[in-house]
Design a binder for this molecule. Structure first.
Ligand SMILES: [Fe+2]
Length: 202
């Protein structure tokens, strides 16, 4: 039987959780169309091509991220990171729960301090990568810069929020102004989901 394994068990592109123009004006529809429809889709396509007829074809995306390296890791983690990133945003800003806000106050002093720390980290991250808010085994919040396709899971941390600082995430709307793009994005973070991820962290 010549059924394509890739078609039946391949990694699928997760749909955007909102329309392409839903994050305007902070993120334009054109940026989202390229970011999700071209960049994210390309990572999915590359991953499916790389894992075809390898043991990875039978793994979940999480397992591939945790167990692979090189090109397979880079593409798998970029698929994972982008799905997580798009799900971290919301057309309407969702406020953090009181419980999560207390944790932010405990570890950063204020939401404004957390924003400053993530902005500073985004600006100082050299080249392409991600700025993460993650928590450790003791549920302490940490801001982590990770280059390229880095993901906190492979560092034993639980990801809570991802900010994409690859140029493709902001160049159409903000040209070289990475800090401005992160600052604007702050108004679109879905803190309800971030808090939920924290609550479910082991
Ligand atoms: Fe991206």
């Amino acid at each position: 039987m010549n059924t394509s394994t890739k078609d039946r068990t391949g990694i699928m592109l997760a749909p955007l959780p909102y329309p392409e123009d839903a994050l305007e004006p902070q993120i334009s529809a054109e940026t989202l169309r390229y970011h999700h429809g071209k960049h994210h889709q390309t990572y999915v396509n590359n991953l499916n091509m790389l894992i075809a007829e390898t043991p990875y074809a039978h793994y979940s995306l999480d397992e591939i991220v945790m167990r692979s390296e090189g090109s397979i890791f880079n593409n798998a983690a970029q698929v994972w990171n982008h799905t997580f990133y798009f799900e971290s945003l919301s057309p309407k800003q969702e406020a953090p729960s009181g419980e999560f806000l207390d944790v932010v106050l405990r570890d950063f002093g204020s939401m404004e301090n957390l924003k400053s720390e993530m902005l500073r980290t985004a600006v100082s991250l050299f080249g392409s990568g991600w700025v993460w808010l993650a928590c450790d085994k003791h549920h302490k919040l940490v801001v982590m810069p990770l280059q390229n396709a880095g993901n906190p899971l492979t560092h034993g941390m639980t990801p809570l929020l991802a900010i994409d600082v690859w140029e493709h995430a902001y160049y159409i709307d903000y040209r070289n102004r990475r800090a401005d793009s992160v600052s604007a994005l702050w108004d679109k973070i879905n803190w309800r989901i971030v808090g939920e991820r924290f609550r479910q962290a082991e």
